[in-house]
Design a protein around this ligand. Structure first.
Ligand code: NAD
Length: 503
């Protein structure tokens, strides 16, 4: 049996139970259907086959979940950080034990290739360990004595929070938001993306088996415009951690205004990779290809605009075209596959529409530019050349395996092109000139920049974007800034003079 056939047989074992029961909501520790009884069908992007029915939650389900999170909050908040740490580590152990099941289900539900998803599942476990280790110190503050007062600060968890996640790497992203929330002492209502609901329910099952008290983490499936919207408007939900499109972030801000919701947004990107002629060009080529074509290009931090210096552009683009034509598109469970299908027909239609847009705008399709025949939402990895920064292919987030290459002459030109975008999530700079790297990164408008490197995530560092790419930071202690409130308490150290009115 080939490795692919073996993996498909295993997958069937892993997802068979969802065919019987569907994906349910989980509220106060119990799997439950939507109160309305409504469901929606979930299909795989790989072969367009039916996977399972999914509970179609709405406002009533969100209300029940918010109530459960509110009821569970005081005990979870007051549990010693060392105890929360133990539970978070047990969740990590549970993820590791079921990493293959998670990775396989994720591949079939999203179309992401197994070579990346097996690591993403383990990254999920790491998120729980990292923030679990921080739980005992989460409430720590400062002493700021003044002449008459001993001022101390402490942090307290904000309360029940809503977590809304997208479909691109749903398992990893859910852990990324939920682990710090739990470590901080918050309780959670999670609304995963409707296109990829399967692994969110496995994750919560693992958490409850690890001893997470009922109601601390609740799951409501459903669509953004009803379950998602209701969550952002619920008065008992104190904050919304959102990962998704910039336009949705803007809607959530409006929806949350009446209840003065605190929001944290990780949004879209049109990230530049800038290659100067003095760079190590082979490494730059590897990294630029990896950062746009891995994860099907459905990656917020993807380097979707290649800015390459004119003196090396021809040679660099020729090499790149050869490599892009060589990328292996195939079944996500085939270990040799580099690109799987896009998440859904809706998204596939959007990505494919840019092939015509590129031609109309006068760019050249140097590689790809077509959908693949047959079942599933497969597209060819695509490279646009002869592009300028004012074309739609350079301005809009395509969110597929599609790269737009633009040529620049000098550093000033590169900087102005790089910053001429509504987004500002990441930037990748390739140069061997240290002073140029310092100068350039200082002026580059992005929340995260890598010099002579692809995106290598280090959990203690801040993660987030500027401009339309986001508000707020995750990672390290920054996550606690969002999930916790700072509190100041001043203790009088003596009998200082108190102003006497009406004395
Ligand atoms: P999306 O904004 O369409 O959906 C994300 C989530 O929001 C889903 O769960 C959806 O149901 C929900 N939603 C939709 N409308 C809502 C509303 N009115 N109120 C509340 N919730 C609502 O995004 P997507 O298409 O699922 O994901 C792709 C996007 O996510 C891309 O733009 C990508 O760049 C971004 N993303 C950003 C990061 C980051 O860290 N910056 C990471 C991953 C993905």
């Amino acid at each position: 049996m080939s490795q692919l056939a073996e993996n498909i047989a295993k997958l069937e074992g892993y997802i068979a139970r969802f065919k019987d029961t569907g994906v349910l909501n989980r509220i106060a520790g119990k799997p439950v259907p939507a109160k309305s009884g409504d469901t929606f069908d979930n299909f795989s992007p790989v072969d367009e086959e039916f996977i399972c029915k999914v509970a179609k939650g709405g406002a009533a389900d969100v209300d029940a979940a918010a109530q459960a999170a509110k009821d569970a909050f005081p005990a979870w908040r007051d549990m010693a950080g060392t105890e929360r740490k133990k539970i978070l580590h047990k969740i990590a152990d549970g993820i590791v034990a079921r990493a293959e099941e998670i990775a396989f289900a994720e591949c079939y539900d999203t179309g992401q290739a197994i070579r990346f998803m097996s690591k993403a599942a383990l990254r999920g476990a790491e998120n729980f360990r990292f923030f679990g280790d921080k739980a005992p110190d989460a409430r720590n503050g400062q002493q700021l004595p003044s002449p008459t007062l001993m001022n101390v600060t402490t942090r307290v968890p904000i309360g029940p929070v809503g977590v809304i996640t997208p479909w691109n790497t749903p398992f990893m992203l859910s852990t990324w938001k939920i682990a710090p929330a739990l470590a901080a002492g918050c309780t959670v209502v999670h609304k995963p993306a409707e296109f990829s609901p399967v692994t969110a329910s496995i994750l919560l099952e693992i958490a409850e088996e690890a001893g997470l008290p009922a109601g601390v983490w609740n799951l409501v499936n459903g669509f953004g415009e009803d379950a998602g919207k209701a969550l952002t408007e619920h008065p008992d939900i104190k904050a919304i951690a959102f990962v998704g499109e910039s336009q949705t972030g803007s809607m959530i801000m409006k929806q949350g205004a009446d209840t003065l919701k605190r929001t944290h947004f990780e949004l879209g990107g049109k990230n530049p990779v800038i290659v100067f002629d003095d760079a190590k060009l082979d490494r730059a080529l590897d990294a630029a290809i990896f950062m746009i074509y891995s994860l099907n290009g459905e990656r917020c931090t993807s380097s979707s605009r290649l800015l390459v210096q004119s003196s090396i552009a021809d040679e660099f683009l020729e090499k790149m075209t050869k490599r892009v034509n060589n990328i292996k598109v195939g079944h996500p469970l085939d270990p040799s596959t580099e690109i799987g299908p896009l998440i859904h027909k809706v998204h596939y239609d959007k990505v494919c529409s840019y092939f015509d847009i590129a031609k109309q705008d006068g760019a050249t399709i140097a590689a790809g530019g077509k959908a693949k025949d047959g079942k599933g939402w497969f597209v060819e990895p695509t490279l646009f050349t002869g592009a300028s920064n004012d074309m739609r292919i350079a301005r809009e987030e395509i969110f597929g395996p599609v790269l737009t290459a633009i040529i620049f002459d000098d550093e000033a030109d590169a900087l102005s092109l790089a910053n001429d975008t509504q987004y500002g999530l990441t930037g990748y700079v390739w140069t061997n000139d240290l002073t140029r790297a310092m100068r350039f990164t200082d002026k580059l408008e992005a929340g995260m920049i890598w010099v002579n490197s692809e995106n290598v995530r280090h959990l203690p560092t801040p993660f987030g974007g500027v401009k339309a790419s986001g508000i707020g930071r995750d990672g390290g202690d920054w996550s606690f800034d969002f999930y916790m409130e700072q509190k100041h308490i001043g203790f009088a150290t003596g009998h200082h003079k108190i102003p006497q009115l009406g004395a």
